[in-house]
Design a protein around this ligand. Structure first.
Ligand code: DMJ
Length: 934
């Protein structure tokens, strides 16, 4: 067993002394003991199978890293569809996402310690030499302080940690003389000016060359930062201080953490998502464990493990208690308001929270970790990947998936804690899905839309830093890794820092911190590390028994809004409050309830109905609060509906050599012709029509006969083009935008409208591609002549026969060849990832949502007035099961209340004045949520 922070010992029994001393051991405690004792549950996986999967991970890493090095390096990231490097300034800006790119070969630095974990020591040695030779940290680029810290500083420190470990072993890196550490120190000093605020919270962005204040810096006017952005520095900064002896880094990071702690909402002990770096006011008062906050919590616990400072554990435990009280609604984790923590702030969850079960393992709270992980896994099974955000009834809210590693991370930690081979099977599914849906000839491409399987031209560096480490370690036995992983702690970017740092250069002591600590009673440690040696032998099916009741939680769920309900009302036989999803504007009973809640119904001239709430007119404070919840649900439903009414995208998948279905392009449908969502997909070779605009009878019918015709947008109606190609014998058509440079990354998709006449005569499917996506097909024709595509509503699995053809002898050879072919075929292509339509649509608020002063308003369209607004949702057919689930949920909340008197609704009812006082805040928070970006 390795030694951890502060020279604390590790025990395997229930804590007799300060409970937090055991928590530091949790990772090791849960990681080691359970694996050896597991005897039942899912069938065990043989050593051979595990090795096979480990080798598969290695091959996948080679494919990702190899293509980056070959086609993108020294650029920051690989663009896997166009097979070239992403160089900031040379591609259209993607907004905040680009702030990670500092022209410092980001992917190479982020991959350094992965190479060692994956036993690629020779490659590591080469990679370190390249970093030392090529990387410049003094570029005139504005970068995110947070991303630069976790990816670049963390990457350099992780690389240094393993370089000195290897050097000590005596075989590799014998020439190494702390050069990576010197670079890390240089970067550390470059980041320090960001902390020049009265609060000590860092500015969110800094210019690597010019810092903050100077006019050339082009940054320093920001007023806000996210909590995670300011609270995720301590591991890297303290490691830098302890490695170098320069204490300033650790001091600055501690000061920022102290300030955040001071600013926590004192009654709920929660923190908001965004804080003003000058005043310390919370700018966004919603609170969860996902985007914007996640790694702040992670770093409190890990700072305790690495640095052995009890104050970090005390803070973590205080927050954790609040999280479990308010945000955790097993198996869900739902954002709440920091001032009104019993009020949910959202009805959806984001993908970043998938790290939380892993953190709970480190904390030692295994049960909720198993529950949340299981729920997330079911969402993945439904959509192949975790969408960026999904609703409480598990529908897609934001459809992208940038190959995030958090779920793999939690899977790894849960396997280590439980030893349950179920988690190996989960890992196997992750590997299969990545290969099946994200792998492209030149790397792995992020999913633009998990529903269609379409891709985005991006492979983020965290994919190499984190995903491959966790997947490899999941299947690895101790002897498969050349060093003892338990001697290290994972940063949030999965970089490895040695635990011996806890006893090195400990010149910053707790007395430097400014905070006071709340006395905690024993209940704060209720979830402290369970002893797995006791837990699992007694009940080897422990993890399975927790998963079992949840096994259909996703499939059988029904649309619902906010989960938390007023429990005591149900027990007393009173009706549950009216939910937005059930509301019918023609139901007199509902209208009566609205009145009681202070909600009035206004019929607008255009036929829509507007709902306005005046809390003061509600019959009681409880009714007013129900009204508030109802309005929030209605606003969200309405905005969700708007999104759903926006068209579902379609997919154009290139299925011929060398693409074999691996390149999927996002397309818009037509309001006429064959509806691909109802019919089988159409597959065929493509041919350009003549004239290319398709506005008159085709002069090359023999070329398009039986094929999918390509036509350029413009000069006549879409329907006319469709008729002309259909008359020439085409089996489908793809209209390509004539507006050069357009892309579905940057422009919202639209449906091609008919021509105002009857279009029933058009029977072939028609899809629309923006110019950049269309260019990929046109370039492919130039390169390969015969290009076959599949038009569908969702990308289909790749053709296994094609797969076999693709890899006739040596898998690697043929993949390299494909990559080269793609590279040469797409030299002219300029497909660039941009803010997605999903994200853009989030900014479009319900049209008439016009919160005026203390009013809360939402509107619904005429079509919604007489019907349940959710009746088009796919899950409404599960009525019977919904009732069961609702009962289960109700029972669950009743049980929770019984066991935890603190969550009783009665205690949470606010006086009317306070509701009114918070009114604007709620509306503001809601609007912010809508604008929220990950
Ligand atoms: C990583 O860069 C880090 O894990 C960070 O803390 C948040 N998530 C991304 C990957 O999703």
């Amino acid at each position: 067993m390795s030694e951890a922070g502060g020279g604390r010992g590790f025990g395997y029994s229930v804590p007799q002394r300060a409970p937090w001393s055991l928590v530091a051991a949790t990772a090791a405690l849960c990681l080691v003991s359970a694996t050896s004792v597991w005897t039942a549950g899912a069938s065990p996986m043989s050593r051979e199978e595990k090795q096979k999967l480990g080798n598969q991970v290695l091959e996948m890493f080679d494919h990702a890293y190899g293509n980056y090095m070959e086609h993108a390096y020294p650029a920051d990231e690989l663009m896997p569809l166009t097979c070239r490097g992403r160089v900031r300034g040379q591609e259209p800006s993607r907004g905040d996402v680009d702030d990670a790119l500092g022209k410092f070969s980001l992917t190479l630095i982020d991959s350094l310690d992965t190479l060692v974990v994956l036993n690629k020591t020779k490659e590591f040695e080469d990679a370190v030499r390249k970093v030392l030779r090529d990387v410049n940290l003094d570029n005139d680029v504005v970068v995110s302080v947070f991303e630069t810290n976790i990816r670049v500083l963390g990457g350099l420190l992780g690389g240094h940690s393993l370089a000195i470990m290897l050097k000590e072993k005596g075989e590799y890196m014998q020439w190494y003389n702390d050069e990576l550490l010197q670079m890390a120190k240089q970067l550390g000093y470059k980041l320090l000016p960001a902390f020049n605020t009265t609060s000590g919270l860092p500015y969110p962005r800094i210019n690597l060359k010019f810092g903050i204040r100077k006019p050339e810096a082009r940054t320093g006017t920001e007023t806000d930062t996210c909590t995670a952005c300011a609270g995720t520095l301590i591991l890297e900064f303290a490691a830098l201080s302890r490695f170098t002896g320069a204490t300033i880094f650790e001091e600055y990071a501690r000061k920022a953490l102290d300030f955040l702690w001071e600013k926590r909402q004192r009654s709920s002990n929660l923190v908001g998502v965004t804080i003003n770096i000058h005043t310390g006011d919370w700018v966004r008062k919603d609170s969860g464990v996902g985007a914007g906050i996640d790694s702040y919590y992670e770093y409190l616990l890990k700072a305790y493990v690495l640095l052995g400072d009890d104050s970090f554990l005390e803070r973590f435990n205080t927050h954790y208690d609040a999280i479990m009280r308010y945000i955790s609604q097993p198996p869900l984790l739902l954002d709440v308001h920091i001032h009104k923590p019993m009020l949910n702030a959202r009805t959806w969850m984001d993908a970043l929270l998938a790290f939380f079960p892993g953190l709970q393992v480190l904390k030692g709270d295994i049960r909720p970790a198993i529950e949340t992980h299981e729920m997330l896994y079911q969402v993945i099974k439904k959509h192949n990947f975790l969408p960026e955000a999904f609703t409480t009834d598990f529908r897609v809210h934001w459809a992208q998936h940038p190959l995030r590693p958090e779920f793999a991370e939690s899977t790894y930690f849960l396997y280590k804690a439980t030893g349950d081979p179920y988690y190996l099977e989960v890992g196997k599914t992750l590997i299969e899905n990545l290969n099946k849906y994200a792998r492209v000839p030149c790397g792995f491409a992020a999913m633009k839309d998990v529903r269609t399987g379409s891709h985005e031209d991006r492979m983020d560096s965290f994919f190499l830093a984190e995903m491959f480490k966790y997947l490899y370690l999941l299947f690895a036995d101790k002897e498969d890794v050349i060093f003892d992983i338990e001697d290290y702690i994972f940063t949030t970017e999965a970089h490895l820092l040695p635990l011996w740092l806890s006893t090195t250069n400990q010149r910053i002591s707790k007395k430097n911190t400014t905070s006071e600590y709340t006395e905690l009673d024993d209940s704060n440690f209720d979830w402290t590390c369970p002893n797995t040696q006791i837990l699992f032998p007694n009940d080897p099916l422990y993890a399975q028994s927790i998963r079992e009741p949840l096994k259909n939680v996703v499939d059988k769920s029904c649309p619902r809004g906010v989960i938390r309900v007023r429990e005591e009302s149900f027990r007393s036989g009173a009706k549950p409050p009216l939910r937005a999803r059930d509301f019918m504007a023609t139901n007199p009973e509902h209208l009566e309830i609205l009145k009681k809640m202070g909600v009035s119904l206004i019929h607008l001239k255009d036929g829509r109905v507007q709902l306005v709430q005046h809390a003061i007119q509600a019959a009681s404070s409880i009714d007013a609060e129900d009204g508030l919840r109802f309005m929030q649900e209605m606003i969200e439903l309405s905005s969700q509906q708007q999104k759903e009414q926006q068209l579902p995208p379609r997919a154009v998948q290139i299925v011929s050599h060398p693409f074999f279905g691996r390149v999927v392009l996002t397309a818009g449908p037509a309001q006429f012709g064959l509806d691909l969502s109802k019919h089988k997909e159409t597959r065929g070779f493509v041919a350009s029509s003549k004239p290319y605009n398709g506005c008159s009878e085709l002069t090359n019918p023999e070329a398009v006969m039986g094929k999918i015709a390509l036509i350029q947008r413009g000069q006549c109606m879409f329907a006319e083009k469709a008729r002309n190609i259909q008359n020439a014998g085409a089996i489908g058509g793809i209209v390509i935008d004539d507006n050069e440079g357009s892309s579905s990354d940057t422009a919202p998709l639209f449906q091609m409208a008919g021509d105002g006449k009857d279009t029933d005569d058009i029977t072939i499917p028609m899809l629309f591609l923006f110019s950049k996506e269309g260019s990929i097909i046109l370039d492919a024709i130039r390169e390969y002549e015969e290009v076959e595509v599949l038009l569908s509503d969702k990308a289909k699995d790749r053709d296994p026969e094609m797969e076999n053809e693709e890899q006739p002898s040596s898998e690697n050879d043929s993949q390299n060849q494909s990559a080269e072919q793609i590279a040469s075929s797409s030299q002219e292509v300029d497909l660039v990832g941009q803010e997605s339509p999903e994200e853009s649509s989030l900014n479009s608020h319900p049209e008439s949502l016009s919160p005026a002063d203390t009013d809360n308003a939402a509107s619904i369209s005429p079509s919604e007035q007489n019907s349940n607004p959710t009746e088009n949702h796919e899950t409404t057919s599960l009525d019977g099961e919904c009732t069961d689930l609702d009962n289960q949920l109700q029972e669950q909340s009743e049980t929770e209340e019984d066991s935890n008197p603190n969550v009783s609704w009665g205690k949470k009812v606010q006086p009317i004045d306070s509701i009114l006082a918070d009114w604007n805040e709620d509306i503001e928070a809601f609007e912010m949520m809508e604008k929220d970006e990950l």
